[in-house]
Design a protein around this ligand. Structure first.
Ligand code: ASP
Length: 585
């Protein structure tokens, strides 16, 4: 029905007779004989000049024929990609009428979320969402090409599945044929892909839909998409290599430039330097260890397992109420307190800007409890200069680091679209992450993660200090994905189940079909999963993954367009053998 796309017309096309199709973005009556119609398709907008009054309304679907002409002097529109030209002498054929759109599509107005999602099919006509969907498709295509080139086989695993060990709440699907029994929608293809390794597939990948019934956030929806990978006869380095190749290929396909390879950092180093396992390397403000400077301090609050600081550049002039707010924030994050110190130029020298080991003045409620050497030492250790603000937390080591890590994000994090792409591999995650209510260690990743070979004998003695062969890929402070080398040996698996407090019967019942399969020859294997919604959002400069998903849910998990979730008709419920309890009060 058309010869060209609206958004691609330019000065080089002048003189060409074109046929275009799309939606009426805007229309202005110039005179009784002349109207301007902005025509929109998925590539952009072009202005069409229509002789005679066209009876058009916004969002009518039309076919336009005319000739590309250069816009008359003074009417060029630099803010429009096609702004040097217009299509003149147009004839317009109305293909379909349309009701007025429920909200303006002209620019990016944050129309009420529920309204946007109720009319998502209109919302998506906007350039920003069109671009994001195309970008997503580009990423998927690049990833498929990359994985295929690396010798991986794409295998689809079932959606009607059984509980998986990722530890999130699951969506259940009632069985009609076996009433009272349920399928579970997979949180990830974890078990299926490990079975594929036993099956000798050797290198598996899938662009997989995963479902987790967890509270929704800006970076989390019920359903999300992962590049899911598993490979046999590999170690950590191999897996990181596969993932790196695919992700960098995808970024290159979108941006035209190959980003720097991810830097490497152990989990411990990430915690020490950035106070988090998701370090954002786009900015500094790393944590400083003040242990040495304060080794002999007489100030009780600083006689703690750890004393750490961050330096906020240029923030010394923060108001008292701002500083009080930071203290409250630190407490809400679990710190006993927060000490702030304004770094000021020593009297008589207000020109000094370099970090100095000599005299620096600290303005702080605790300054009087610190010796001159301690005050100078703190400034020097933090590399601070007059005008900076130091924030110090003392207390239990990991907590002190985490609190400062969060303050660093609160005070330093640049907007999503700024600061480039800084990938980090975080390796050697702890195998366990704290204790559950019964005092059993909880799996930090999932119970099939291989412990670090050097820490095997700690499993029974000091489980919380056992490192694992689990790793995360982090981009600009967002966790892009995780993976691990898996346990393929029954003796190690039993030890880990025992440490987790999972009895043999329970293990048999929950994961028996996996551990049972392992008895038939499980190769050493490992894998990874990359969150593609997050990757796309970061590349598109979006804060919320909703903007890169065609049909997302609202914060409360609803779909205002279809009305889902909805009650089922009584007949359907009976067929499924389901009765509904009265609502919980
Ligand atoms: N199944 C894991 C996840 O979804 C990834 C992996 O270990 O491969 O987080």
């Amino acid at each position: 029905m058309r010869t060209r796309w609206c958004g691609e017309l330019g000065i080089g096309d002048v003189g060409e007779a074109v046929e275009l199709c799309g939606w009426v973005a805007r229309r202005r009556e110039h005179s009784a004989h002349l109207a301007f119609v902005d025509l929109r398709d998925r590539t952009g907008i072009v202005q069409c000049v229509v002789d005679g009054a066209a009876d058009l309304r916004a969002e009518y679907v039309v076919r336009v024929t005319g000739t590309v002409t250069a816009r008359p002097e003074g009417t060029v529109n630099p803010s429009l990609a096609t702004g040097q030209v217009e299509v003149s002498g147009c004839a317009v054929e109305i293909l379909n009428e349309a009701e007025p759109p429920p909200f303006s599509l002209e620019e990016w107005s944050e129309a009420d979320e529920a309204i946007r999602l109720r009319y998502r099919f209109v919302d998506m006509r906007r350039e920003r969402l069109q671009k994001n969907l195309v970008m997503r498709s580009t990423i998927n295509a690049a990833i498929r090409a990359s994985m295929f080139a690396q010798g991986f086989t794409e295998v689809e695993t079932p959606l009607l599945w059984t509980p998986t060990p990722e530890g999130a709440r699951e969506f259940a699907v009632p069985s009609r044929l076996q009433q009272g029994s349920f399928y579970v929608l997979p949180q990830s293809p974890q078990i299926a892909k490990q079975l594929l390794m036993v099956a000798g597939v050797d290198r598996y990948y899938q662009i997989a839909r995963c479902l987790r019934d967890e509270d929704l956030r800006a970076d989390r929806q019920f359903e999300f998409t992962q590049l899911d990978i598993e490979a046999s006869f590999v170690g950590v380095e191999d897996v990181l290599g596969f993932v790196e190749e695919a992700v960098l290929d995808a970024v290159e396909a979108v941006t035209g430039a190959r980003p720097e390879v991810p830097v490497r950092m152990t989990w411990r180093e990430a915690l020490e330097r950035f106070g988090t396992d998701k370090p954002d390397l786009r900015y500094g403000m790393e944590l400083t260890d003040l242990a040495e400077v304060l080794a002999g301090t007489g100030f009780n609050a600083f006689k703690a397992e750890a004393v750490r600081a961050i330096c906020v550049p240029g923030a010394a002039d923060s108001s008292r109420s701002k500083l009080d707010g930071l203290v409250e924030r630190a407490k809400s994050l679990g710190a006993a307190g927060l000490v702030w110190m304004r770094v000021v130029a020593p009297a008589g020298d207000d020109t000094a800007t370099e970090p100095r080991a000599k005299v620096a003045d600290l303005e702080s409620p605790v300054a009087k409890f610190l010796s001159d050497d301690e005050r100078n030492g703190i400034v020097a250790a933090c590399g601070a200069k007059p005008g900076d603000l130091l924030l110090v937390v003392a207390g239990e080591h990991d907590r002190a680091c985490r609190v400062l890590g969060q303050l660093r994000v609160d005070l330093g994090r640049p907007p999503v679209a700024e600061g480039g792409l800084r990938f980090v591999w975080v390796t050697e995650f702890p195998l366990f992450d704290g204790l559950d209510e019964e005092g059993n260690p909880m799996a930090a990743h999932h119970p099939f993660t291989m412990p670090h070979a050097d820490d095997l004998d700690l499993l029974g003695k000091d489980p919380l200090s056992v490192r694992s062969l689990a790793y995360d890929l982090v981009l600009n402070g967002w966790e892009l994905g995780s993976g691990s080398i898996r346990i393929h040996r029954a003796d190690i698996q039993s030890q880990v189940f025992a440490t987790l407090g999972i009895s043999e019967e329970e293990a048999e019942e929950r994961f028996g079909f996996l551990t049972g399969a392992f008895r038939y020859g499980a190769p050493p294997h490992g894998g990874f999963a990359v969150g593609l919604d997050r990757l796309t959002a970061l590349l598109a400069g979006e804060e919320n993954i909703r903007e890169v998903i065609a049909f997302p849910k609202t914060q409360s998990g609803a779909d205002p367009m279809t009305g889902a979730p909805k009650p089922l008709a009584d007949r359907s419920l009976r067929e499924l053998g389901i009765g509904i309890l009265p609502p919980k009060r």
